[in-house]
Write a protein that binds this ligand. Structure first.
Ligand code: NAD
Length: 371
């Protein structure tokens, strides 16, 4: 059953890491190294069973292959999970031991922070391996990725406006932003500068009001954001918010935001958006700025270069829309096709220098994005 699970999505390698003395149980999944080392964060979570942890790490690693490929990065896809409670099981020994396992892979897998892990944890990992990104600026790392993610979402939104409204100017456009967190706050600053009109929501009221004041946004109650009078809806909080209940309430013609895994059911809900003629910016393509940011760390971090690369998300979305139109397929599927075609084109070039393996991307399977 385990090998079937691994073979079904064509993963290259899965490593089980265990140290009973230190209490470490972790799984590292390398989905593909065809474009470069497999980069993806380490998630710490209280999985109910080992099978659940394995399934999660396999699906997340595969998602990273697609995200890196579509972003034009020379990176493959990987992910790690540490089984445990991030609020009470963290120790220096745990992360340093995990770091030894990452080091043992000799650079085939590069880790970063993810749900349940922090920059501090990655600094412990870094004591044992150089194959880690997402560390603080003070240590030469890239620090907070959200300014770069937000710029990518902003230019991606402009590409959507061009497609749906014929002009990429957001001046006067009404944008409903869900979330007033890291990504949303930088995004709102770009939007205000451009002259867009923002409707903003968050479940945390003080944060919401402070940001709304700063960017001159109208405050909306969390459950009302879906039916806000808006041209563009920008989900920047949670996943799964495009579903049976919310899609019929949308008044916008574009959904373009930074949140991961926005469609609750990829096939069903992209079809529902299509029926309502709502243009959807595939989440893992528009929010790739965070990955672009950490990828930059590997070449010696430069924020200027990371921001420049994130601007490329405008062109990426235009390519996705063009594939979707020419093939008559939804934009989410077009993004998968673009990723698969880049892997197929570029990986043979890399194989001239290094023996590498196969890629058999399978359409129709959900691609889940992670950070
Ligand atoms: P964040 O935690 O700073 O912000 C999320 C905000 O959403 C919080 O203020 C929270 O109170 C709010 N929120 C939670 N539930 C809500 C609800 N039901 N209605 C309205 N608001 C709600 O996180 P972030 O770093 O800004 O990331 C936002 C999203 O973007 C996440 O899905 C994240 O995975 C994704 N993402 C972030 C980055 C990045 O660079 N930070 C990169 C790629 C993807």
């Amino acid at each position: 059953m385990m090998f079937e699970e691994i073979e079904r999505k064509d993963h290259e390698q899965v490593v089980f890491c265990s140290d009973r003395r230190i209490g470490l149980r972790a799984i590292i999944a390398i989905h593909s190294t065809l474009l470069g080392p497999a980069l993806g964060g380490t998630r710490m979570w209280t999985y109910a069973t080992d099978e659940e942890a394995l399934r999660d790490v396999l699906r997340l690693a595969r998602g990273m292959t697609y995200k890196a490929a579509v972003a034009g990065l020379n990176l493959g896809g990987g992910k790690a999970v540490i089984i445990g409670d991030s609020s009470k099981d963290k120790t220096e020994g745990l992360f340093r031991t995990f770091g030894r396992f990452v080091e043992g892979l000799g650079g085939r897998y590069i880790t970063a922070e993810d749900v349940g892990t922090t920059v501090r944890d990655m600094e412990w990992v870094r004591m044992e391996t150089k194959y880690v990104t997402g560390i603080s600026r003070a240590l030469g790392g890239s620090g907070d990725p959200s300014p770069v993610t937000a710029l990518g979402v902003f230019v991606g939104m402009k590409a959507c406006a061009k497609e749906a409204y014929g002009s990429d100017s957001l001046k006067g456009k009404r944008v409903a932003v869900q979330g007033a967190g890291n990504v949303a706050s930088h995004l709102c600053e770009h939007l205000t500068r451009e002259g867009a009109k923002i409707a903003l929501t968050d479940i945390f009221d003080p944060k919401l009001r402070a940001l709304a004041r700063r960017v001159k946004a109208t405050v909306v109650r969390p459950e009302k954001i879906y039916e806000a009078d808006a041209d563009i809806f920008a989900p920047c909080a949670l996943g799964g918010i495009l579903n049976d209940e919310t899609i019929p309430r949308l008044k916008c013609r574009v959904v373009a935001g930074g949140a991961n895994n926005q469609l609750l059911d990829e096939k069903k809900h992209i079809a529902m958006l299509g029926e309502r003629s709502i243009l959807y910016a595939p989440d893992y393509a528009i929010n790739a700025g965070g990955l672009i940011n950490v990828a930059n760390e590997m070449e010696g971090y430069s924020e200027e270069r990371a921001l420049k690369q994130a601007e490329g998300i405008y062109d990426t979305l235009q390519q996705i829309f063009s594939i979707a139109k020419s093939q008559g397929i939804p934009t989410s599927e077009a993004a998968n096709l673009l990723a698969e075609s880049r892997i197929r084109t570029i990986s043979p070039i890399k194989q001239i220098y290094a023996g590498s393996s196969r890629f058999a991307g399978r359409l129709g399977e959900r691609v889940e994005s992670g950070r």
